[in-house]
Design a protein around this ligand. Structure first.
Ligand SMILES: [Zn+2]
Length: 162
């Protein structure tokens, strides 16, 4: 009785070598093509990366306080003092002409007039599109409607700790 296992092993080996042969025939010519395709494969990745960076800039641009505001929403009437004169708010963009107080981040009225803002620290008026107070240096950063006021320079005690 011939060893079946030996025949089986031989046939598996033959099949395997045949398979390897086939694979090498199929795969080998493709390597050159694949190598040639690498720049083509990398190009979309680079494109995606650039797109992602560009997208970040676009999003950043959208979140930044816009210098040009086509439509002003959420504007409210300015408060008036005891004599009925408009009392400009502190730290919020306003226009004496329209008598309105505009949301944070607004620099112009819908018809293009530059808004003014009063510095919360020194009460000096300046154009709303300028973030840094020219008088005291207070930076009024506006992001997503949240008012963040911070003084220029290091925090007190920061230099001593470092
Ligand atoms: Zn100031």
């Amino acid at each position: 009785m011939p060893p079946v296992s030996g025949d089986l092993a031989t046939s598996i080996q033959q099949a395997w070598s045949g398979l390897l042969d086939l694979v090498s025939k199929v795969v080998s010519p493709d390597w050159g093509a694949l190598v040639a395709l690498i720049p083509l494969a990398v190009a979309p990745l680079v494109g995606l990366l650039l797109l992602a960076l560009l997208g970040r800039w676009v999003i950043f641009g959208l979140l930044r306080p816009r210098a040009k505001v086509r439509r002003v929403e959420g504007a409210r009437a300015m408060e008036r003092d005891a004599d009925g004169r408009p009392a400009p708010p502190v730290g919020a963009p306003f226009s004496l002409r329209t008598g309105l107080v505009y949301p944070f981040g607004t620099a112009r009225t819908d018809d293009g007039e530059d808004l003014a803002v009063i510095c919360p620290m020194c009460r000096v008026e300046r154009p709303a599109q300028i973030q840094t107070c020219g008088n005291c240096g207070l930076v009024l950063t506006v992001r997503r409607g949240i008012e963040i006021a911070r003084p220029a320079g290091p925090p007190p005690g920061g230099a001593a700790i470092a």
